[in-house]
Design a protein around this ligand. Structure first.
Ligand code: UDP
Length: 588
């Protein structure tokens, strides 16, 4: 019963609660969703274009839900999300899209959506999703019409199948059953391949050594199994690291755990909310995307978002790639050593915090209008620092230094001082921009070749909805033209200045002009604008997960990069080991 776009669709009084929802999308494409929501929400507002967003408003009743779809005339982005948030203040947001680029997905997910996925998945779980949005809003009286959702899903499936001959449909169904059987067969082969040659000998040794001493061989853990049921699993007690998990392969045989699945979570009573319930629809796995990302220290989006990403991508080929990624990621596997708040390396105090904590620290500094200089250090920076006393002094006087890249994570392991997260400028930018946008701060981009900062500014503004106060390229005479640039930065009113001249030039420039610069946050960001402008492509996420982003950079710019990494990486490890000896001898 919805009318033209931008118009509120009222339900007769008494048929539903007084909750409102807004849908962004083309009327023909989102009709089913409108009807579904109308069963639950008293008002459903439809906007087809950005102009129509402007003519509708929140009114007195709050919006419980905003559903953004890829049929809206503007591309789904963080900027759009922020505008919808400002306009309607919805309590929950959902994005529905058929295809999503890897990078855009990451950004959208980290923006606090409760659901991001395909139309099919949405309809399949619409009852849970809608229930969750209502529960979060505090109303217990409204019940979504589950039957309607199921019917819609059936119709949708039919429509998706439409045009396919029965032969094609049968072939597809057979292929999917075969791939499921093949996946289970692979699990059984892997389970036997580990149990017979590894688990059984280790078990015998453990039995012989621990039982006579009266020590337990296994430790029991109650965790969430499939469909959020509690299951008890066993690990070896008294062993550190991955060997302790060998008994989990028995659960692979029984089928209670999968080889690849959602992360194993300790049982904490019946599932608390619908979101957790979706996560539990998939069996927990010995290997999970969350575990891979957290062991390579790039789980910046947080556990829930990463689990969602896994669920939406799960299929046999994705699981197979996950297994391949898990093998090298094991090299960076966890130790039981507690992280120190500061990682001391080569006479520098490097912050050992998470990305969220780093952004919170910057936010606090901006609120107090306290000037802070921020540097990121990677192995290349620290190699340069070894032959450049000025750079070393500049780094020592910086307010905060963050560890950038897998080289620093490995250094942390070698020095038995594990790092919490890999904190680099490129991964930080989305979080920094969102914080800046919500606090009303603007950013000035300084550096890169002519045109690059402008191109990056356009992308950043559109993606994250943050104001860019100004841009300037990094190819000016630093002796004679710095004051002109500083004037421009100060006049722009920016609170955050990102300087991209590459290390150590950017850190030295910031240090030298710090007192003349008005922005409260001064940060050296290297090649960041090149990545965001699309001038240089960043390594795909799987390469970052296994710590080989540097190989991708060599492939892109072999002439400039080979020395930095091929010679630089071993040199850095040598310096770390030397530092280890120095600190050890000075401690004894
Ligand atoms: N650059 C600049 N001015 C200069 C030298 C370099 O703006 O005088 C820019 C260069 O265009 C590039 C960035 O600084 O965008 C350095 O990138 P690089 O990849 O070397 O930095 P990294 O992230 O590796 O430190």
């Amino acid at each position: 019963m919805h009318q033209s776009a931008g118009i509120m669709l009222n339900k007769p009084p008494g048929t539903a609660g007084r909750a409102k929802a807004v849908i962004l999308g083309r009327k023909e494409q989102v009709g089913d969703i409108c009807r579904l929501l109308e069963n639950t929400f008293s008002h459903v507002t439809l906007a087809e274009t950005p102009d129509e967003l402007n003519i509708t408003g929140p009114g007195k009743e709050p919006f419980r839900l905003a559903v953004m779809t890829d049929s809206f005339s503007e591309k789904l982005s963080i900027g759009l999300l922020d505008r919808v948030r400002q306009k309607f203040s919805p309590e929950n947001m959902i994005c529905l899209t058929r295809d999503i680029e890897d990078e855009n997905e990451k950004k959208l997910r980290s923006a606090g959506l409760i659901f991001l996925g395909s139309y099919g998945t949405f309809f399949a779980f619409a009852d849970n999703i809608i229930n969750h949005t209502l529960k979060n809003g505090g109303s217990k009286t409204m019940k979504p019409d589950i039957k309607n959702a199921q019917n819609l899903e059936k119709r949708l499936r039919k429509r998706r199948g439409a045009g396919r001959s029965w032969k094609t449909s049968l072939a597809l169904r057979t292929a999917s059953s075969i791939s499921e059987i093949a996946a289970r067969a692979v699990e059984l082969i892997v389970a036997l391949g580990i149990i017979v040659p590894i688990f059984i000998p280790v078990l015998i040794i453990r039995l012989l050594t621990r039982l006579p001493a009266g020590k337990p061989v296994f430790a029991k853990r109650t965790v969430y199994g499939k469909e959020a049921q509690p299951i008890t699993i066993r690990t070896f007690s008294g062993i550190d690291g991955r060997m302790a998990n060998l008994p989990l392969f028995l659960e692979l045989l029984t089928g209670r755990l999968a080889l690849a699945g959602t992360a194993i979570r300790d049982w904490n009573g019946p599932v608390p909310d619908a979101e957790q319930a979706y996560l539990s629809m998939i069996k927990p796995g010995i290997i999970s995307l969350w575990e891979i990302r957290s062991t390579s220290k790039i789980a910046h989006e947080g556990r829930q978002a990463i689990e969602w990403e896994y669920i939406f991508n799960k299929r046999p080929s994705y699981d197979l790639l996950l297994l391949l990624r898990a093998l090298p990621a094991m090299l960076y596997s966890e130790t039981s050593i507690e992280p120190e708040p500061v990682f001391r390396l080569l006479d520098l105090d490097i912050e050992n915090i998470t990305m969220q904590e780093a952004v919170s620290l910057m936010q606090a500094g901006l609120r107090d209008n306290r000037q802070q200089t921020i540097c990121f250090v990677n192995p290349d920076c620290l190699n340069k620092m070894a032959g450049d006393r000025d750079y070393h002094e500049v780094l020592k006087s910086a307010d905060r230094i963050f560890p950038d890249g897998i080289g620093l994570i490995i250094a942390g392991k070698l020095l038995h001082s594990p790092l919490k997260e890999n904190i680099n400028g490129t991964d930080m930018l989305p979080y920094l921009c969102r914080m800046a946008a919500s606090e009303g701060h603007s950013i000035y981009l300084l550096g890169g070749k002519p045109g690059i900062a402008e191109a990056a500014a356009e992308k950043i503004q559109a993606e994250f909805g943050v104001a860019i106060a100004g841009t300037s390229d990094g190819y000016f005479n630093h002796e004679t033209e710095s004051s002109r640039i500083i004037d421009d930065v100060n006049r722009s009113g920016a609170s955050i200045l990102l300087v991209a001249f590459g290390a150590p030039l950017q850190e030295k420039w910031i240090h030298r002009h710090r007192s003349q610069l008005r922005p409260a946050l001064l940060m050296g960001v290297g090649g960041l604008f090149d990545f965001y402008s699309g001038n240089i492509r960043r390594a795909p996420r799987w390469m970052r997960e296994i710590g080989i982003e540097w190989i991708y950079r060599i492939m892109q710019e072999p002439g400039r990069m080979w020395k930095r990494y091929v010679i630089g990486n071993p040199l850095f490890l040598y310096r770390v080991m030397k530092w280890k000896l120095v600190t050890r001898s000075s401690n004894t």
